[in-house]
Design a protein around this ligand. Structure first.
Ligand code: HEC
Length: 184
């Protein structure tokens, strides 16, 4: 049997255990002090946790609030008015986008086919610049696809500025309440 590397302390109970001996040594100091530190820590931490108001929930709420502020800043930075109004080059570019994409569903004159008329005075979602932008960027549930990824915001503004140049009609058009189906 090799020499025990930690000398065994005397025990009252020296009953034989098939040659298996239990050592009865002091806990190493590093272990003892670490344990004590966790006890001290618990007494500091518990009151802090319960009474300081700091918790996962407040942290989460703060993060949500910070995100809200960032979103508001992004919204703020987004143009709420079409930046290309009156810009001939941009309108021409918009016309190209219109002819490539939008005509399939809204017809070249905007009177509507699969999609509603965009030249009558009825707007389901609204015709202020920000709403029109959102309609084209994000799409609308009844069949209007989102174009943000394909077009980017520049081209969306441009196609909208072109859309404004289409001759408008006072008759309720395709998709409007009171549309008589007679075409435009
Ligand atoms: C795949 C067919 C399709 C294409 C392509 C399409 N639209 Fe639409 N669009 C629709 C449909 C369908 C609606 C109605 C959605 C609804 O009522 O929820 C719509 C709705 C709209 C509206 C909202 C009208 C309102 O009354 O508020 C606008 C604006 C619009 N489209 C513009 C465009 C522009 C600009 C393009 C080209 C970039 C385009 N659309 C391409 C099918 C299409």
């Amino acid at each position: 049997m090799p020499e025990p590397y930690i000398p065994e302390l005397a025990r009252d109970d020296e009953a034989p255990r098939d040659g298996i001996a239990e050592e009865d040594n002091r806990i190493p100091p590093w272990w003892w002090w670490t344990f004590l530190a966790t006890v001290v820590w618990a007494f500091l931490y518990m009151p802090y946790y319960f009474f300081s108001g700091w918790s996962q929930e407040t942290q989460y709420a703060a993060e949500v609030q910070a995100a809200g502020v960032r979103v508001a800043a992004v919204r703020e930075a987004m143009p709420t008015e079409n930046p290309y109004r009156g810009d001939a080059a941009a309108t021409a570019e918009g016309a190209e986008v219109w002819a490539t994409i939008c005509v399939a569903c809204h017809k070249p004159d905007g009177s509507g086919l699969i999609g509603p008329s965009l030249v009558d005075s009825y707007w389901k979602y609204g015709d202020d610049d920000a709403t029109l932008f959102e309609t084209v960027a994000k799409g609308r549930p009844e069949g209007m696809p989102p174009w943000e990824t394909q077009l980017g915001s520049e081209k969306i503004w441009k196609v909208l500025v072109y859309m404004e140049t289409l001759p408008r009609s006072d008759e309720p058009g395709m998709g409007a309440p009171g549309f008589d189906g007679g075409g435009s």
